[in-house]
Write a protein that binds this ligand. Structure first.
Ligand code: ADP
Ligand code: 5GP
Length: 203
């Protein structure tokens, strides 16, 4: 069987519940690792450097780009965000699935450069629910929430460029849908070719 882990791209508008869903996935199965992104945004209360993000100054981030150290990067609401390349490559070699929880511009770069990546767009059931979740989280000012809601509409317009669209209405259903997608993706013929060859190897 193919021993390489999957690259799992998870996007969706800010506040839809991506972080919550990823936490649930990490709890229930030990075959996942999550990529820790670099960003130039300020840490939120409780966020830790190296765990939640690598919090960098703008010139440090530009150095990563210039040295080809990021798999993808994007500017989102005036800050840089990017995926360190090495960790992703090392993780899939160990057989673990790596989760990239990233916004749409970066996701489209990964979809293009890694055609075997599995891409999932998480949708809110309505825009009103999305706004309530962003407000309820209480981590952003009203100005930032307005900006993120504006960005959300542009992001949702790109949802059909992903392999799958999953609605986060009930958290349990959303997490189960993603687990089923992964199960099916692992059995895709492209990932089973080596196994088929192995079975036939002594014929
Ligand atoms: P994101 O990572 O997409 O920005 P979060 O995971 O921070 O979003 O979730 C935003 C808010 O919505 C949080 O307060 C979280 O507890 C809540 N939330 C997430 N999923 C659900 C759900 N299925 N039903 C109700 N609230 C949810
Ligand atoms: P937040 O500021 O809420 O942590 O993240 C804002 C947005 O940036 C979210 O949509 C999140 O998924 C996205 N994001 C986080 N890390 C990365 C990354 O490495 N690359 C890209 N392109 N987007 C990211």
């Amino acid at each position: 069987m193919n021993k390489e882990g999957l690259v799992l791209v998870i996007s969706g508008p800010s506040g839809v519940g991506k972080g919550t869903v990823v936490k649930e996935l990490l709890k229930s199965q030990d075959e996942f690792a999550v990529s820790v992104s670099a960003t130039t945004r300020n840490p939120r209360e409780g966020e830790q450097h190296g765990k939640d993000y690598f919090f960098l100054k703008k010139d440090e981030f530009v150095d990563l780009i210039n040295n080809d150290k990021v798999l993808e990067y994007a500017t989102y609401c005036d800050n840089y965000y990017g995926t360190p390349r090495d960790y992703v490559e090392q993780t899939i070699q160990t057989g673990k699935n790596i989760i990239l929880e990233i916004e749409v511009q970066g996701a489209l770069q990964v979809i293009k450069s890694c055609p075997n990546a599995v891409s999932i767009f998480i949708m809110p059931q309505t825009l009103a629910v999305l706004q309530d979740r962003l407000t309820g989280r209480g981590t952003e000012t009203n100005d930032v929430i307005a900006k993120r809601m504006h960005t959300a509409i542009g992001e949702i317009k790109q949802a059909t460029k992903y392999n799958y669209v999953v609605v986060n209405d009930s958290l349990d259903d959303c997490v189960n849908d993603i687990k089923q997608i992964i199960k099916a993706e692992k059995l895709r013929t492209i990932r089973m070719e080596n196994f088929v060859k192995e079975v036939l190897s002594n014929v």
